[in-house]
Design a binder for this molecule. Sequence first.
Ligand code: 2HA
Ligand code: ZN
Length: 270
Amino acid sequence: MKDILTMPVMVELIRTITNMYDHGWDERNGGNVSVMLDEAVLKEYLDTDRVLRTIPTGFAAPALNGKYFLVTGTGKYFKNVQYAPENNLGIVRLIQDGTVAELLWGYSDGGKFTSEFPAHMMSHVARLQVDPENRVIMHCHPANLLAMTYVHDLDEVAFTRTLWQMCTECIVVFPDGVNVLPWMLCGTNEIGEATAEKMKTARLVVWAQHGIYGAGKDLDETFGLIETAEKGAEIYMKIAHLPLVNTITDDEMHQLEAHFGVKARPGYLA
Ligand code: 2HA
Ligand code: ZN
């Protein structure tokens, strides 16, 4: 059996979480990440027959039955993950239609997965239906995106168009746009279901006055999505109070679509 801390996705998750903390996206215990694992690879590092304990999930997700996830722990600080991964992270297998999680590794102080586990698992289900390659759901609290939800119309077309106009590459990186949920109570099945519904049409979902969710095939892609949206929001917060003299026009957006081979969300450009 190889050392689980050398499993490439584990190494990458710890680096990514540290990077998210360093970006200021995950104060205190803010943020959570889940990665769906490949069973064959995991078995090189872990005896998957050895169940440490079982934890009820409080929801059903039959599509994820038998699937393995590496997930951040509830109440854990991203700042600390690199120093004590086994305490701050866990590996679970979902059984009984996703109503129960078997803990196979981690949460070593008796803890469990993030309070946003419903939003993560329901979003995995939603994204896998659209993109069978999806593996990662990431949530964090980037300051400029949050700030933008206090001063910008939360209409998804308007919100997306503003972000696209803030940096040339935004439309190339997230042509599917950004979906937006109004303020809702976090940590509940309700916000999980609402997030998953929004994930059917975009890989980025903003939670107004709270943060953002991203989805992607790997950690780099998902981090990059959030990073690019946050850069757009940062530019917006720098200029929103100033007279707007120039912008990226819809005609220029169409040039970007053609040149980079992407298709903007239908109806979002003139
Ligand atoms: O506690 O970010 O949304 C972690 C969170 C909850
Ligand atoms: Zn949060």
